[in-house]
Design a protein around this ligand. Structure first.
Ligand code: FES
Length: 161
């Protein structure tokens, strides 16, 4: 068995434990989906089918919940998650121009992930660092007082890592 298969098998075992724990409780689907997303990073169709079978819930119901709530994602996120704050302080200081520049440099729309799996672009709510507006985060790194012309250089650093 390849390392990837083995890793996947372990993840499904972890998911099975969560399902066993919640199966007979009330309203089990949300906590199971949350855990599944934590374990797998997203709710792929395979994961949805597995939950459907084990919990005896139609896949269409699971898909409905997974697509309705924005905290769930059906596709894996990129290695680097780029979040531009669109809270009021950042917006007033020009975060829309930062987001537009990121869309251009990354060739992505909000919510999309690049084909090489490196970047996911998101607009976020206030990230709690309004004094540095406008800001963006790339994973845990914070970039403040940004100007559109800073963006390309910052992104290139991550591309070259
Ligand atoms: S509004 Fe952007 S960090 Fe608060």
């Amino acid at each position: 068995m390849s390392a990837i298969d083995l890793e996947n098998q372990e993840k499904f075992q972890q998911l099975q434990k969560v399902i066993d724990e919640w199966k007979d409780k009330e309203g089990p689907l949300m906590p199971v989906l949350h855990s599944a997303q934590e374990i797998f990073g997203c709710l792929s169709l395979d994961v949805q089918k597995y939950i459907s079978k084990e919990m005896d819930i139609p896949v269409s119901d699971i898909y409905g919940v997974a697509t309705f709530y924005s905290q769930f994602t059906l596709k894996p996120k990129g290695k680097y998650r780029v979040g531009v704050c669109m809270g009021t302080a950042c917006y007033v200081k020009g975060s829309q121009a930062i987001l537009d520049e990121l869309k251009k440099v990354l060739d992505l729309k909000e919510g999309e992930t690049s084909e090489d799996g490196l970047f996911t672009l998101d607009a976020t709510r206030c990230l709690g660092a309004c004094g540095l507006a406008p800001i963006m985060m790339i994973n845990d790194d914070v970039y403040g007082r940004l100007k559109p012309e800073d963006i390309k250089g910052i992104i290139d650093k991550y591309r070259d890592k």
